[in-house]
Design a protein around this ligand. Structure first.
Ligand code: NAD
Length: 483
């Protein structure tokens, strides 16, 4: 190679840019970064956040698995120890849901979000040697998170993504950005002080649709994971990158004539009132066969839910929905989304005790509370001729999201029929919806359930790529010719 002035100039430019970029990301001995404000994961610029997450990934990939475990343990510890403080902060900022459940969600994800134990190696051995399949990181994952569980989604995503060896850059929902930033700052600080890597989780402090789009487009980002409604699901699928999409749901419940009605009522109240029905898996509408419809309504009242009559439901409906968008589709109003049952009751013209967790009432199938993903502690009950009609309506109003469905029944044929017809990612039988996420049932929790793209309830394996490593003709220690 010939050394000339251009070559020298280009090498110097490259070295200077490298030095500049390293000094921007390197934390000082006091744990701060020289890049003014861009420390412990908090960034205003999406490109700089993605670049910092990429640098953190390059550091993490040189470290042992034990460092991933240490990082995750800090996230778990902080989520549990600060659940009351951060849960209260989330409640005050987002103003949707219920405080005790905000706290419980952080504690649960801190305790049980799946970690490095999910990464097991597969091996094939035989006459021709040994082949192992391991789970490698993607790199930087761009995550978009919802207002309904701002910090809990980040907590669960961070545990699973870092367990898989990745780092992340998060665009939180603008209405939950402050608690998201506070959680991320604490996680990063503790991780940095222990293993010396900052910015494993980078977050945009003033998130916009533009910053989301910049994350989608960034060359530093290898994979997208979005948790939210239809618009962000569409945007991720059109991003040109591989996307894991945890999209919207409208979970229907079927109650047939063989169900334990009191158990069904308790389950529906537990699931539909949890965090004021904000969960994407929560019971949104109940289809009950005619022969037990009246008995089921009585069971709901016995279990503590308050029944609204037709006029009260009409008043509530007028306050609960508004037309939005060019196509004027109905969406829940901000005034009532995620609010307490007592507030919904007041809008319906009824006074109920503050302790009441759920309202319910009879509606036709063609009702906004049935068709719209409403996220409020009022559940419509629809009378159905028989179980076949109940399943048919459940399928129709699940809208093909293939997200979550629930049945209360002792008839295995009906369970099978519904499972086959709706084809949902979660199918829960004889319990509250969240039992299907491991909260009161078997399995593990995650608040990103990828229905449209098929990964299901996300785990560290969701965020890894398979790599195969083969040794030919050697290391099969059980047989073959003697050497
Ligand atoms: P949302 O769709 O309004 O917002 C979710 C996130 O997407 C936010 O960060 C928002 O800023 C962003 N966003 C919205 N449109 C975008 C676009 N065009 N491009 C880029 N980003 C965009 O939802 P929400 O009100 O925050 O949360 C409730 C919704 O999320 C419900 O539909 C619920 O079912 C769904 N959800 C799904 C899961 C799951 O695991 N499948 C979990 C929680 C919530």
């Amino acid at each position: 190679m010939q050394i000339n002035e251009d070559l020298i100039r280009s090498v110097i430019t490259q070295v200077l840019s490298e030095v500049r970029s390293r000094s921007e990301s390197a934390p000082t001995s006091s744990g701060t970064s020289s890049a003014g404000g861009e420390r412990f994961g908090l960034f205003t610029c999406a490109d700089r956040a993605a670049a910092a997450a990429r640098r953190a990934f390059e550091q993490l990939r040189t470290r042992p698995m034990d460092d991933r475990k240490k990082a995750i343990d800090h996230i778990r510890r902080i989520s549990i120890a600060s659940a009351v403080e951060l849960g209260t902060m989330e409640m005050n900022e987002t103003k949707v849901g219920r405080l005790k459940h905000k706290i419980e969600k952080l504690e649960t994800l801190g305790r049980r979000a799946p970690g490095t134990e999910f990464l097991t190696t597969q091996a094939y051995s035989g006459d021709r040697g040994l082949c192992v399949i391991e789970h490698a990181p993607f790199g930087v994952i761009g995550a978009i998170t919802p207002v309904t569980h701002s910090l809990p989604t980040i907590t669960g995503n961070a545990v699973s993504m870092i367990a898989g060896g990745n780092t992340l850059v998060v665009n939180p929902h603008p209405s939950g950005r402050k608690v998201a930033a506070e959680g991320v700052r604490r996680f990063n600080q503790a991780i940095y002080e222990d293993i010396g890597i900052d910015n494993l989780i980078c977050l945009i402090t003033e998130p916009t649709l533009e910053s989301a789009s910049a994350i989608f487009k960034s060359r530093d980002v290898s994979l997208i994971c979005v948790t939210g409604g239809p618009a962000v699901a569409r945007a991720a699928l059109n991003s040109g990158k591989r996307a894991i999409v945890a999209g919207p749901g409208n979970p229907p419940v079927v109650v047939d004539e063989t169900a334990d009605l009191d158990r069904a009522a308790r389950s529906i109240i537990l699931g539909a009132s949890y965090d004021n029905n904000l969960l994407c898996i929560a019971e949104k509408v109940v289809f009950v066969v005619d022969s037990v419809f009246d008995a089921m309504m009585s069971a709901m009242e016995r279990a503590g839910a308050v029944r609204l009559n037709a006029a009260q439901i009409d008043r509530l409906t007028a306050a609960a929905f508004q037309e939005v968008g060019d196509d004027k589709h109905l969406a829940p109003t901000k005034d009532l989304l995620g609010q307490d049952a007592a507030k919904l009751a007041a809008a319906a013209g009824v006074n109920v005790h503050a302790e009441v967790e759920l309202l319910f009432g009879e509606t036709k199938a063609e009702h906004p509370f049935v068709s719209v993903e409403q996220m409020m502690p009022f559940v419509p009950f629809v009378r159905c001729r028989d179980v076949n009609q109940a399943i048919e309506l459940a399928k129709h109003y699940e809208h093909g999201f293939r997200h979550t469905s629930i049945i209360h029944s002792r008839n295995v044929n009906n369970m099978t029929k519904m499972a086959r017809a709706l084809d949902t990612t979660l199918f829960i039988k004889n319990g509250p919806s969240m039992a299907g996420l491991g909260l009161g049932g078997e399995g593990y929790p995650s608040f990103s359930i990828a229905g449209p793209t098929g990964e299901g309830v996300t785990t560290p394996l969701t965020f890894t790529r398979e790599r195969r490593c083969s040794l030919i003709d050697d290391l099969w220690i059980l047989g073959g010719p003697q050497s």
